[in-house]
Design a protein around this ligand. Structure first.
Ligand SMILES: Cc1cc2nc3c(=O)[nH]c(=O)nc-3n(C[C@H](O)[C@H](O)[C@H](O)COP(=O)(O)O)c2cc1C
Length: 358
């Protein structure tokens, strides 16, 4: 029997102990609304590292305050936030997991109510602590407030903000960073013709729409150095006529590869309301297409809930790693369970729990 899920993977100077990783998942748990991690984050991320994950990617973390989806998001625009990440990262390391963080700007989908703890949804009014959102163009996401189009000098500030957060990620001890360019947030909004109607050098052609993301990638690399992997999460398709297609994304992935990106985390959708054919492993063919045609490592995500399903994705060459989201929330020991299912002997079950395994 193959045990590809448990084969280590090396990207640049980092070796992942296995290929079962936890994708970024917003917790909306910053109750003080200052972007600083809370005890919840330590326990939540720590439990999944203890449960055998090869990597844990911390949720979408705002590079600027106005880049948060909600006021209860994490942030990494100041040193207080950076310092509060240190014990979380240290604990992930103590459990043998690689620590990643998703750096994000929510663009026109910022300033919303958090997903839980309130029965209201949509845009948080400015009168209640919300803020003016920004985007490539003044086009609203359906049901949300209208954003303001960024000026070129403000775009340069966005690039600097991603770079500063990447630097703080390194100072906090993270092993790798993921740039969030999916799900209809700012960088995806620039990529997609459905949300970017600019007529300057950041709009129009595919190259122009990719310019901001490539600038963010270059600025991030300059901060993290040559040994640290940089991932980019993309929505491989907008699932909408006239939007981004898999072919567009394969071309983009080639550019990202030539700018030194190490892995594409392949998601989809989120920029406009669309019919998405959700089902088991529904995005893995997208990861496979990018991996094969752009010749870059990929991680597959989306309803990968079973160990054998994950093994199959790797065995058929669709991806280099799997990301297990909601199933990891249901069972923070997913990777340990997968080792049992595949009858693979791992040496990183928590020693404290040895009596449960003897
Ligand atoms: C509670 C929750 C929060 C999420 N937050 C993020 C996020 O911060 N960044 C992101 O790129 N995707 C986010 N996602 C999407 C997940 O990373 C993942 O792509 C998606 O849940 C599909 O994988 P799954 O079927 O294994 O859960 C979130 C999903 C959930 C369920």
């Amino acid at each position: 029997m193959s045990h590809l899920l448990f084969e280590p993977l090396t990207l640049r100077g980092l070796t992942f102990r296995n290929r079962i990783w936890v994708p970024p998942m917003c917790q909306y748990s910053v109750t003080r609304e200052d972007g600083v991690p809370a005890p919840w984050h330590t326990v939540h991320y720590g439990s999944m590292a203890r449960g055998g994950a090869g990597a844990v990617i911390v949720e979408a973390t705002g590079v600027v305050p106005e880049g948060r989806i909600s006021a209860r998001d994490l942030g990494l625009w100041n040193d207080e936030q950076r310092d509060a990440f240190v014990p979380i990262v240290d604990f992930l390391h103590s459990q043998g997991a690689a620590a990643g963080i998703q750096l994000a700007h929510a663009g026109r989908k910022a300033s919303t109510f958090p997903e839980w703890g309130t029965d209201r949804s949509g845009s948080l009014p400015e009168s209640e602590g919300g803020w003016q959102t920004v985007a490539p163009s003044a086009l609203a996401f359906e049901g949300l407030a209208e954003p303001r189009a960024l000026t070129e000098s403000e775009i340069a500030e966005v690039v600097r903000a991603f770079a500063a957060s990447a630097r703080r990620s390194m100072e906090a001890g993270f092993d790798f960073v993921e740039i969030h360019a999916a799900h209809g947030y700012l960088l995806h909004e620039f990529l997609s013709p459905l949300s970017n109607t600019r007529t300057d050098s950041y709009g129009g052609s595919p190259e122009n729409r990719a310019r901001l993301l490539l600038e963010v990638v270059d600025a991030t690399r300059a901060e993290v150095g040559d040994e640290v992997p940089v991932f980019v999460r993309l929505s491989a398709t907008d699932w909408t006529e006239g939007g981004l297609s898999l072919d567009d994304t394969i071309e983009l992935a080639g550019w990202l590869k030539s700018h030194g990106v190490d892995l594409i985390d392949v998601s989809s959708g989120g920029n406009v309301l669309a019919q998405i054919p959700v089902g088991p492993g529904y995005q893995t063919t997208l990861a496979a297409g990018i991996r094969e045609r752009a010749d870059i490592p990929t991680a597959a995500v989306g309803l990968i809930n079973e160990p054998f399903q994950g093994e199959h994705i790797l065995a058929t060459g669709q991806a280099d790693a799997i990301l297990v989201g909601r199933e990891y929330l249901r069972d923070p020991n997913f990777a340990l369970r997968a080792a049992d299912a595949l009858r693979f002997d791992i040496d990183y079950r928590p020693a404290q729990y040895h009596r449960a395994y003897s």
